[in-house]
Write a protein that binds this ligand. Structure first.
Ligand SMILES: Nc1ncnc2c1ncn2[C@@H]1O[C@H](COP(=O)(O)OP(=O)(O)OP(=O)(O)O)[C@@H](O)[C@H]1O
Length: 256
């Protein structure tokens, strides 16, 4: 298959007052590729992700999604784009409305995007989503607090997949979970990514995790990308002292 760029970030910069928290960040993500974005806390990873999705406005720079200028897209086009790009946040507790049953949580994206699905048709979609994240169908009538952290993250992933996005931002999706539960979620994400040919930006503190999951990796330090390359070779032969320190700081990732 010919590699083709789905997402292009060019010179993304974000300032808050006099502080520049992201400086001149550029990268491409090919169709079906997982790009890892690593760096210590506060290095600007989430800010980059939010600019890609236009959840926050960059101070300068450009984002193209499938050739469309995201930052200047008219509202109607942006609405359509939002179906194609989704995000899974770090904290599976905060991301789910505690007053909604899982049925409502999973049905919400269809309502927001005015997809007229009702009755048996909607129910079948919701059941498919639960199957995809390997949750039992009885989940539909339960509330988020009735689930473990890993199960809640599965619900978040199911919701993100509801509208069949092409691009998924995974913002530290397992950092709030136990290691073994996190490993199961990582494997689920890897399987879903392969099954749907998803393009992903995977944000993490962990170089071993990025090496396991990602095709390429960009390393961020204080708002800038300091090193970028193929994940395995970058982890085996890091050029920057900062990358070397990141690798030394994180324990091996194991799926066992
Ligand atoms: N709304 C805001 N106003 C001012 N400063 C902000 C705002 N949002 C983020 N920042 C600052 O921008 C910097 C980068 O934050 P960001 O959340 O992007 O980092 P991160 O690498 O994702 O960190 P973490 O790994 O802890 O999530 C931090 O210093 C943060 O305090």
């Amino acid at each position: 298959m010919q590699a083709k760029t789905l997402i292009r970030a060019e010179g993304l910069t974000k300032q808050y007052g006099t502080q520049t928290v992201v400086h001149d960040v550029s990268f491409d993500i090919e169709h079906g590729e997982i790009l890892g974005l690593v760096g210590e806390s506060g290095s600007g990873k989430s800010t980059v992700a939010r600019m890609l999705l236009k959840l926050i406005e960059p101070t300068s720079g450009a984002v193209h999604f499938d050739g469309i200028d995201v930052l200047h897209a008219p509202t109607s086009e942006l609405r359509h784009l939002r179906r194609r790009m989704q995000i899974v946040f770090q904290d599976p507790y905060a991301a789910l409305n505690p007053r909604m049953r899982v049925r409502q949580i999973l049905a919400e994206p269809f309502h927001i995007h005015k997809q007229a699905l009702h009755g048996a048709e909607l129910e079948a979609k919701l059941i498919d989503l639960l199957d995809e994240v390997q949750l039992g169908h009885s989940a539909l009538s339960r509330y988020p607090h009735e689930f473990s952290g890993g199960q809640r993250q599965r619900i978040n992933i199911a919701r993100a997949l509801a509208l069949r996005p092409e691009f998924l931002v995974l913002d530290e999706p397992v950092s709030a979970l136990d290691v073994s539960v996190g490993a199961q979620i990582i494997n689920l994400l890897r399987d879903l990514q392969k099954a749907h040919g998803l393009t992903c930006l995977f944000i993490s503190h962990s170089m071993p995790l990025v090496r396991y999951l990602c095709d390429r990796v960009a390393v961020m330090q204080r708002g800038s990308i300091v090193e970028m390359g193929e994940a395995v070779s970058l982890c085996e032969n890091p050029q920057q002292p900062y990358t070397q320190a990141l690798i030394a700081a994180t324990p091996e990732f194991s799926v066992k």
